[in-house]
Design a protein around this ligand. Structure first.
Ligand SMILES: Nc1ncnc2c1ncn2[C@@H]1O[C@H](COP(=O)(O)OP(=O)(O)OP(=O)(O)O)[C@@H](O)[C@H]1O
Ligand SMILES: [Mg+2]
Length: 263
């Protein structure tokens, strides 16, 4: 359903952030994108919805080539891609409900959204989503009154209310404590399964990625170094992606921990 074909991004500064990346993702698959800082993970995600313009190569979403669309056609296609950021990117002075509804801005007309008059069906869906992520009681709270984990849940609702076919997630747990990180990763992966959504999740925590996803892609210097199931991420493979380190500790950590304790 998503296909990247020889995707290249060279920034004006000359940085070669992506070097001919080929990735294909079927419907419903959740993929974790790992790799050292500067490997090109954020660039890859942003090239898909063209927040960053690819230098060459193609992106197809359900056979529609996104890379050649006009601005207005692109705006329509972007509705099909929900984005969740590390920095939550909520509007601080708006309520939780208003932040979630802002995910519908691509659908409701400008004046309606300007006046914040959303259809009742959108409001109902926002309540359903908030309930699903455990924030039913928080709808009227202001975004700046929430904890990091709560804010990320609002970000998830805002992405899902778009009814996307694909989720693009950039370091969803980077500023969260370990337990909250797991809860957020679990939530994202469960929601993808429930809705048969494909997702690309950029994540630094390899152990966390291995715990929840079916497929891992490792980027290094803008090129794919590894593409396979999480159980194939051996210390040798991690060294290939990240460089020399003692990886045994990372891998053991996953095997030793009891998932049930962490709920
Ligand atoms: N706007 C930009 N202009 C110029 N170069 C950029 C820009 N954004 C990113 N780069 C460069 O492109 C490369 C890839 O950056 P990118 O942000 O995609 O990496 P990343 O894997 O997401 O890193 P991190 O894990 O630190 O978030 C880096 O060398 C970076 O310096
Ligand atoms: Mg990044």
């Amino acid at each position: 359903m998503l296909k990247l074909d020889k995707l290249v991004k060279t920034y004006k500064t000359g940085d070669q952030a992506l070097k001919a990346v080929d990735i294909e993702i079927p419907k419903g698959q959740v993929l974790a994108l790992i790799g050292p800082s500067g490997a090109g993970k954020s660039t890859l995600i942003r090239c898909i919805n063209r927040l960053v313009e690819p230098t060459s190569g193609q992106v197809y979403l359900n056979d529609v080539e996104l890379t050649c669309l006009s601005t207005s056609a692109l705006r329509r296609e972007r509705r099909r891609m929900g984005m969740i950021f590390q920095e939550y990117a909520l509007i601080e002075r708006l309520t939780v409900m208003e932040n979630v509804l802002s995910g519908r801005l691509g659908y409701v007309g400008f004046w309606r959204s300007f006046l914040r008059k959303f259809p009742q069906s959108d409001v109902d869906e926002a309540y359903r989503l908030l309930d699903r992520v455990g924030l039913a009681e928080m709808a009227d709270k202001r975004a700046d009154e929430l904890s990091g984990g709560q804010r990320q849940r609002v970000g998830i609702c805002r992405a899902l209310i778009q009814n996307p076919a694909l989720l693009l997630v950039d370091e969803p747990t980077a500023s969260l404590d370990p337990k909250t990180s797991r809860q957020i990763m679990r939530l994202i992966c469960e929601l993808c399964q429930e809705r048969n959504l494909a997702a690309i999740i950029n994540i630094h925590d390899v152990a966390l990625a291995q715990m929840f996803v079916q497929r891992v892609v490792g980027l290094r210097f803008g090129a794919v170094q590894f593409d396979g199931p999480p159980e194939n991420l051996t210390p040798e493979v991690l060294t290939m992606i990240y460089g020399e380190e003692d990886w045994e500790a990372t891998i053991e950590k996953i095997e030793d921990e009891d998932e049930a304790d962490l709920l």
